[in-house]
Write a protein of this length. Structure first.
Length: 340
């Protein structure tokens, strides 16, 4: 088998130095445009493959960034990927990807593996239950001074950058929209206490109820997983109450889609007999039946901001940890209307 062409092979072919070839293949402006084109054309003809791993070892940077998402079964989280991938591709960075399946042990293993493989930085949507010790504790010393940005979910008091949605504002926008439409009997579906998004959204719902003098009871709050099945199964229970809610505020679009599906089986017209809202404003929200009123999380701004933060940290920027809170937008559609 013929040996693979090297920088010296190209240098001999073109009649330049090896260092000139190295610079030209990186499109360095210190080499003239004409010479760069000759060198790059010779490399293509000879079948030269740039060894990024070796180059990374020389400069102490692998050229890769790692992205760990908590749960791909929820399409909302994949929306971040497209925005981040585009920015990293523009910066000539390759992405390593992990699906943590909402499992702390998988997340911890990937964090160690990406450090072992020399990733230059990490963007993380923390799995449910992630604590400060999981990121700053003695068992993760490999993260000390490592470029890491958390998105979507917050981890309190961590020493890393975070870019998150303003979940408190999002629920307030939904509640005010429904309250102004005459609704006074509300139900909250989903969430829990294992993520900042769940805690903040439920806390905001309780605050809004308290602000207008409405009691929060066991009939108002219903916890469950972020699944279609949970939303579907809960509607029957809510309709069986002596005074059923006229408005259902769901932790996420996924749960709301389940509620909408159940409405038709129970002869209830969403947007007319009962109002249903989601949160996240996934692409599918505009195409549900009826179209879902939701809170649009700016995955584009969060992804872009997180990418820029990570790239600046990877470039050696040193400043106090950043906690960026991105305001969402209320999108009103046909699933909500005046109180029946």
């Amino acid at each position: 088998m013929a040996s693979r062409p090297t920088l010296k092979t190209i240098a001999d072919q073109v009649g330049v130095t090896v260092s000139a070839v190295s610079l030209a293949l990186r499109d360095d402006p210190r080499i003239s445009q004409a010479t760069r084109e000759r060198i790059q054309q010779a490399a293509q003809v000879l079948g030269y493959v740039y060894n990024r791993h070796a180059a990374g070892l020389r400069r102490g940077d692998s050229g890769t960034v790692a992205v760990c998402l908590n749960d791909l079964s929820n399409p909302f989280f994949t929306e971040f990927l497209g925005h981040m991938e585009a920015r990293f591709r523009e910066a000539d960075r390759m992405m390593l990807f992990c699906h943590a399946h909402e499992t702390p042990s998988i997340q911890a293993r990937f964090i160690r593996q990406m450090a072992e493989h020399g990733a230059a930085g990490l963007i993380l949507v923390p799995v449910a239950g992630t604590t400060r010790e999981d990121l700053d504790g003695p068992q993760v010393k490999h993260l000390q001074d490592f470029p890491l940005v958390l998105i979507s979910r917050d981890v309190a008091d961590t020493g890393f950058d975070r870019v998150i949605n303003d979940d408190v504002l999002g629920i307030r926008l939904l509640f005010e929209h429904l309250y102004e439409a005459g609704h006074r009997r509300f139900a909250w579906l989903g969430g829990g206490g294992d993520t900042s998004t769940a805690r903040d959204r439920e806390s905001s719902f309780r605050q809004q109820m308290d602000a207008v003098g409405l009691p929060v009871t066991s009939d108002s709050i219903h916890h469950g997983p972020t699944t279609l099945d949970f939303g579907d199964s809960m509607l029957k229970q809510l309709l069986a109450m002596p005074e059923p809610p006229t408005a259902i505020i769901c932790f996420s679009d996924i749960i709301a889609f389940g509620v909408l599906a159940a409405c038709y089986r129970h002869g209830v017209r969403p947007g007319v007999d009962i109002s249903v809202t989601g949160f996240d404003d996934m692409a599918a929200a505009a195409y549900s039946a009826p179209a879902l009123t939701s809170v649009r999380v700016r995955t584009d701004l969060i992804g872009q901001c997180a990418s820029e933060l990570l790239l600046s940290r990877m470039a050696g920027e040193r400043y106090p940890p950043v906690r960026k809170v991105v305001p969402p937008e209320l999108v009103v559609r046909a699933s909500t209307g005046p109180a029946a």
